[in-house]
Ligand binder design. Sequence first.
Ligand code: G3P
Length: 218
Amino acid sequence: MKFFVDTAEISEIRELAATGLVDGVTTNPSLIAKSGRKFLDVVAEICSVVPGPVSAEVVSNDFDTMLKEGKKLAAIAKNIAVKVPLTVDGLKTCKALADAGTMVNVTLCFSPAQAILAAKAGAAFVSPFVGRLDDIGMSGMQLIADICQIYRQYPGFRTEVLVASIRGPMHVVDSAKLGAHVATMPPSVLKQLFGHPLTDKGLAQFNADWKKTGQSLL
Ligand code: G3P
């Protein structure tokens, strides 16, 4: 499973990229606004820090303008994935960009039908938002299960399931059990994945027992 970090905060991206466990980054207009930085500058810096796919989202809603914006974003770096919304114009833009060889991440996916359209449009990634479905009492994980089941029926589909709107470690674990390709998560959730109280307890005991030996390894 690939782990992407869902943020535009460059300091957090640098910190987590240093672990060697970050396979890409996703941003969206809200995360860019939160960063307080110029869109093209922060995306270019992220692309220089993380070699994997970096999603940068168009900000218009009509095909002609989205296509122009998508081409501008794709020109930033070779690892840019242009993000487009799951709308008619967004999928038209996806098809045009994908046919030209651009990596596209189709976002704001909330149904299996939408995910089929994203695959037909040649998306590199589809981003189903699990947390926002859970937030309204629906099952985000059921959507992931449905999409993974459908995609498995069509080996010709090249679209990877990029689980987004992740609220905690169990979204990551349950998505992995279903065979989703990517989980994109806030830095806080990625950090949560490492922790377990028995690991801390066991390491403390190893450290204490080693200290008693009076030895050093180096
Ligand atoms: O990449 C999509 C993600 O940022 C949405 O997450 O928490 O706003 O639902 P959230």
